[in-house]
Design a protein around this ligand. Sequence first.
Ligand code: C2E
Ligand code: MG
Ligand code: MG
Length: 726
Amino acid sequence: MAAGGAALGYTVYLFPIDRLSLGLSIFALFTVFFSSYLQIQLPRTKLYFTISDTLIFIALLNYGGEAAIVLATLESLFTSLNFKRKGIKIKTKTLFLNGAIAALTTFATVHLLRLLFDSVSDFAAGSMTNFVKIVSVMALAQFLSNSLVVSLFATTKDDKSFWKIWNENCLNALIIYVAGAFAAGFFTKAFQQIEPFTIGVTIGVSALIYLTYRRYLNDIKDAAAKAELAERERTDQAERHIEELQHYIGEQERIAQALRESHERYRHAAFHDDLTGLPNRNFFIDMLKFLLERAKYQEDLKFAVLFLDLNRFKTINDSLGHLAGDRLITHVAQRLTSLMREGDLVARFSGDEFGIILKDLPADEYCAHFADLVRRRLLTPFTLNGRQVFTSVSIGIAVYNNSKYQEAEDILRDADIAMYYAKRRNKNFMVFDQTMHARAVTLLQLETDLRHAIDRDELLAYYQPIVDLATMKLKGFEALMRWKHPQRGIVPPVEFIPVAEETGMIVPLTLWILQESCRTLAGWQARSPLNHSLIVSINLSGKHFAQPDIVDQIRRIILETGVNPSSVKLEITESAVMENAEATIMMLKQLRALGVNLSIDDFGTGYSSLSYLHRFPIDTLKVDRSFVSTMEDGSENGEIVRTIIALAKTLNLDVVAEGIETIHQLHQLRILGCEYGQGYLFSRPVPLDEAQEILDDPTRWQNVIPNNNPASVAQNREFTHLTIAN
Ligand code: C2E
Ligand code: MG
Ligand code: MG
């Protein structure tokens, strides 16, 4: 600024007053006040093409260097002021700096020209070469000095190098200076050589071109502005959209978080059993999964899974009520918990089922030892509703010992199967082995198949003849069920009756065979009066005693088939009768009221108490096959058969011996006065058509005994009777 001030001061001091004229004044006013308005920004650049440069060059060429320096300074100050007025922030200091730069650079140009050329004013008169030289030097000098000062100044504000700034911001301005200088030269020459009319036209045309170009540029600018506006709107829209999306995502995350939290809450609830406060089955399974994971890295990991099921819980629950049942469960849970070591786990699955994981088994026998601990811990009775209640558990154990288990559920399933075996065999515990699994799978398949057996007509009634041992004539048949399995062929009842009993399928099965055999018998009886005394025996499962409407069902079938009820005999095994003696007596009485006969099957194996026996409303005892098959003279079993027969006589009951296979057995039974017999000696159970043949030949067994003499049998009866009586 000091240098600029000095240059300006020196210039004003030397200013040739005589050159001041009206023309110069008008020219100066125009340059200072209007030229800066007439500027055009070159499209896509930061460069402004203004005519002020041209005007200053014209002043230099026509009115001398001093006039140019002063004009350049004033014009720069005014332009800067104008910026300030337009709201562009320019400090006063910058304003003076701009003025100083203009003064300094024009000063440099003027004095360089004066140094190189004797008189610039002679320029007009000079040759064309001179003209080009002066104009070129003028343009270059003005450009160099200006760009030099501006770039130098900019390096103090920016960390870019001087050359970089000069290259980026100033180099392009060279063209403006060259164009301005040549325009100025052209006008100066034109003023001096051409008459005023042409000058006027030239200025007019130039103005016209200028205005047209400016308008063209403005149009482009407008279009660009509109495009930019549209672009900005699009951007705004996109931004709004993104904002909305972000908001949405945020919201989703918030919801997910809330869900996660509630899920977590649900899991503390989902992993515990409310009644006992113990972990539940889910928790138990998770723990097993965890152990299985650990087993992948720890080869010697060994643990045991125990499946516990209370015995007789249903009875307690039904007789004392659910509240008492719940309290029993809670007490059992507490006693089990007291047996746990550090790291072991006890969980309640459901109802009366518990699970235990024993980790780090110290020895092979530990499981058995622990099962015995549980048994003893539960031995002390529980007090519920002021009553002492006893319970015990059946425990199934599956051991994980570097074994094949992949799934937690599999270990639990095996422990469950072992528990089932323990319960069936009345054992405190059983350890799972593979044969149990195979059997369980078969059973499951059997159960599924059995459900379809009736619909698919796969059931058959076989008939085994019952023979009057005194006359050796046919007395009747026992109907025995067979299942014609599509893959396995004929399945014997020992395989499927227990499954049917467990699943409740036994009810429809019994009704089916009852209907089938009663219809057959009714048919036979209708055919011949000889058949009127025939009877048919049907086996009734102990499970029916929990089925109150079974009596009605049997009555319905008897009515429907039209069979004489006194020709029907229902067999109930001794063990089934004794399982629930009082209830059985009630039901037997109802059946008896229908007019049917009742028989106790497999007698001698079910530990009947004699006090009950005479209260059972029965007609017949069936001596179990096991005694008959091993009866020999003088053997213990022979004595048992003898005693049963005597007992039957005393109670006025018929006796049927089952399982007669030899003539010898037959002889013995006849001597003992046994009235009826059944066994392979006479016939195996046979299908209906073969039973029909037997029926048509009722005396076929007459010659089985060579000297068949009914009288001697009758004598023996007396004898037996007398023996017992004595
Ligand atoms: P159960 O009622 O005691 O029937 C007698 C069983 O002894 C029959 O076996 C019969 O074939 C067999 N048997 C008869 N004589 C001899 C013989 O001389 N030697 C030998 N070794 N066995 C003989 P099955 O038919 O296999 O029936 C077995 C058990 O299945 C029956 O014993 C009965 O408890 C049950 N059962 C059969 N059918 C039915 C049914 O329809 N309903 C019910 N609830 N149980 C049935
Ligand atoms: Mg039977
Ligand atoms: Mg039997």
